[in-house]
Ligand binder design. Structure first.
Ligand code: HPA
Ligand code: ZN
Length: 353
């Protein structure tokens, strides 16, 4: 019997590309949950153009390439301006379905087994789109993806923090009648948009009501805002998970609390890079926080705008910060543990490692 020739692969002589292909295959193979994803931020320029055409909406860009070229941001606000304008092409149930199914297919290709999807209803209702239209399109895609792609998902209805608390109350009121129909998907409330000058305490009362109504709570904090916003999101809004939270490091006592209580941070490296939260990946604190015991997860935020989906975010972290495979496994496991799934579902996914 011929013995197979033993091939000796010396990784030190492997070309960088081969090594990266290998690493990417490893990242893709890990079962992952995506916990910080704005569905409006998954609208790729190609689909954005298609929807504009379908809905007879004029865009101030001559081509998909011209639009993509405009995605150069100085800070969070410069991104938000384009992101809200881009969402203006979403009109019908089918538009919301198309956007959501495109994301779920793309996420599944990256090895995402579960996604917790934020959406900004105020962006749509302010343009006269019915709340029911927004929910119906997203929910149809999510249910279809559960059945045909085997990817589970939840919805996180997020209030825009640059608007008033009163507007958040009105939004909640408009959405609540839909809970009967979509309560299996819509289980959580979030807070996003321009952080500076819009502290968590602006939304204390509406978050208290959401808690009373039985919603799970998350909030963006410590992206551009200071560590005190993270503290106040925890203490005043009573959230169980922080979106971004990278500025928590500025407060050592807060850091200790995150570690002791294992409060998850949904970190988005490419977003931080593109919005100037960090100057380069080497400066990102996610590896340091992970190694000091913080429950860090890796996510894509607005993948169509920041140039990468979840696997790209794992890759840029692994390469830029020298994360080893054991650390990538911890990050993927963290994403399952930090999800809003029940213990039985978490254990099902954790058993796949
Ligand atoms: N921060 C705040 N609001 C947002 C973001 C973000 O990264 N993405 C979409 N809305
Ligand atoms: Zn975000």
């Amino acid at each position: 019997m011929n013995k197979p020739i033993q091939k000796h692969i010396d990784t030190t002589t492997m070309k960088d590309k081969d090594k990266n292909d290998d690493l990417r295959a490893f990242v893709l193979s890990l079962p992952k949950a995506e916990l910080h994803l704005h569905i409006e931020g998954s609208l790729e320029p190609e689909l954005l153009f298609e929807l504009a055409q379908r809905n007879d909406i004029a865009l101030p860009y001559v081509s998909v390439d011209a639009l993509r070229a405009a995605y150069a941001f100085d800070d969070l606000q410069s991104f938000l301006d384009l992101y809200y304008a881009g969402a203006g092409v979403l009109i019908t149930e089918r538009d919301f379905y198309d956007m959501t199914i495109a994301y779920l297919r793309r996420a599944q290709a990256d090895g995402v087994v579960h996604a917790e999807i934020m959406f900004d209803p105020q962006t749509h209702t302010a343009r006269g789109i019915a709340m029911a239209t927004v929910f119906a399109g997203m929910a149809r895609a999510m249910r279809e993806a559960q059945a045909s792609l085997n990817i589970s998902s939840y919805l996180i209805l997020s209030f825009l923090r640059h608007l008033s608390e009163e507007s958040a109350f009105t939004t909640l009121e408009a959405a609540l009648p839909l809970r009967e129909q979509y309560g299996d998907l819509w289980i959580a409330i979030g807070l996003d948009s321009a952080e500076r000058g819009n502290p968590p305490e602006k939304f204390t009362r509406v978050f208290a009501l959401c808690k009373e109504l039985g919603f799970r709570l998350v909030a963006h904090a410590g992206e551009e805002g200071p560590a005190s916003y993270v503290r106040n999101a925890l203490d005043l809004l009573q959230v169980e998970r922080i979106d971004h939270g990278v500025r928590s490091e500025e407060d050592p006592a807060l850091m200790q609390r995150l570690i002791t209580d294992q409060i998850p941070l949904t970190v988005c490296p490419l977003s931080n890079l593109k919005l100037g939260v960090v100057r380069n990946m080497a400066e990102h604190n996610l590896a340091r926080m992970l190694r000091s015991g913080v429950m860090i997860t890796i996510n894509s935020d607005d993948p169509a705008y920041f140039g990468g989906y979840v696997a790209d975010n794992y890759m840029v972290s692994a390469i830029g910060l020298g994360l080893n495979r054991d650390e990538l496994i911890i990050l993927a496991k963290n994403s399952i543990k930090a999800s809003l799934l029940d213990d039985a579902q978490k254990n099902k996914y954790l058993a796949q490692f």
